[in-house]
Design a protein around this ligand. Structure first.
Ligand code: SUD
Ligand code: ADP
Length: 325
């Protein structure tokens, strides 16, 4: 096969707790990550020359070496020079639906899709854990984006334990179009403000005591939707909401809109709310739209998904991914 088309799912953070510093300079985390069916389309095509080309239809996404999708292809080219010589380079076309720098892991999902797709294109035969090992060198969220579904993520977010699938949840997401939050800024600011309460890397007892993800994991095991809604948590809200009053206002509007629960996703600024059905999600969205009448606010209604990456060979297409509403 000379080309593949893939769908790369966004994620939301149902739970994000910062435990302390890590020797590698990152933060030790406990997160619950969830794939949703808001997805980018990635088309991969073998090309004659030994180059990597990226095209993307989003003005904020660099179509060059800084693109995470490019970096994923380059990583494989360096690891497997014989495959590059045998099969040639690759053209990566990215059709963005996932908003950029939004806390939804769009770039990580694109890198995950390139790793999964090029493994097929170059017939490398890598296992999922080998792909995740490679993905972890590109970004902390990439291993989850390869696996997808519902997972507990620890370490810097790259150590995954699968959790039971949470089918049947709908989710409404909202983001101010021209507002982005840098992940590095969010963690750095958290460190500046809260590092006095961090557990030291070697203090395992402190780390164990700090961890509060148990009730959320229990609620997921029981598929207790209202409990899951109540237990949503994100430590990064503590730095983002005071600095971005429009995100705080959005959170408050969702809080009053009758959803199961609401939270900022990852480093933000996207805010999401969980609903029992797509009908309830639509109602929540309409209430928030009438509470905040801003032309700069974009909304999406999506469903929880149990896959990270979906693969289609050329000509084997399915319904188009979710788009903005
Ligand atoms: C916050 C989260 C929550 O899922 O997602 P996003 O909001 O970016 O989607 C993740 O932790 C982001 O993962 P990802 O975006 O892959 O992060 P990376 O590229 O590995 O790191 C970006 C920057 O965030 C900081 N970082 C990241 C992960 C971590 N455990 N500790 C950190 O301190 C580091 O300063 C790093 O420079
Ligand atoms: N393929 C890609 N898709 C989106 N953003 C990308 C990509 N490659 C690089 N980037 C850059 O990565 C940064 C983070 O984007 P993204 O992954 O969408 O956000 P987040 O880390 O909040 O989930 C942006 O500044 C963007 O320019």
């Amino acid at each position: 096969m000379r080309s593949y088309s893939l769908l790369a799912s966004a994620k939301i953070n149902l739970y994000l707790e910062i435990i302390g510093d890590r020797p590698d300079g990152y933060h030790e985390l406990a997160m619950v990550l969830q794939s949703i069916d808001l997805a980018d389309r990635i088309n991969l095509r073998a090309i004659g020359t030994d180059t990597i080309r990226v095209r993307c239809d989003h003005p904020q996404v660099p179509p060059d070496k800084n693109n995470l999708a490019y970096r994923a292809a380059d990583l494989l080219a360096k690891q497997f020079p014989d495959a590059l010589a045998k099969y040639g380079g690759v053209e990566i076309a990215i059709h963005k639906q996932i908003p950029v720098a939004a806390g939804l892991a769009g770039g990580s999902a694109n890198a995950a899709a390139v790793l999964v797709g090029m493994d097929l294109l170059w017939q490398l035969g890598l296992t999922q854990s080998e792909l995740q090992e490679l993905g972890g060198t590109l970004g902390s969220d990439v291993p989850f984006c390869i696996a997808g579904g519902t997972a507990l993520a620890t370490g810097r977010g790259d150590k995954l334990s699968p959790l039971p699938d949470l089918g049947g949840f709908s989710v409404v997401l909202a983001k101010y179009r021209n507002l982005s939050i840098s992940t590095a800024w969010a963690y750095q600011t958290y460190r500046q403000q809260f590092s006095s309460s961090y557990c030291a890397a070697e203090d395992l007892e402190c780390r164990r005591q700090r961890l509060h993800s148990g009730p959320m994991v229990g609620a997921i095991a029981q598929k207790d939707r209202s409990k899951i809604g109540q237990l949503l948590h994100n430590d990064l809200e503590k730095v983002a909401l005071p600095v971005y009053p429009q995100v705080l206002q959005l959170r408050e509007a969702f809080e009053s809109a009758g959803a199961l629960g609401t939270m900022m996703s990852g480093s933000g600024p996207t805010v999401f709310a969980l609903a029992e059905s797509s009908q309830q999600a639509q109602q929540v969205m309409e209430r928030v739209k009438s509470a905040i009448a801003s032309p700069d606010l974009d909304f999406w209604v999506a469903e929880f998904s149990n896959t990270g990456i979906q693969i289609f060979s050329e000509g084997n297409e399915t319904k188009p991914p979710i788009s903005r509403v």
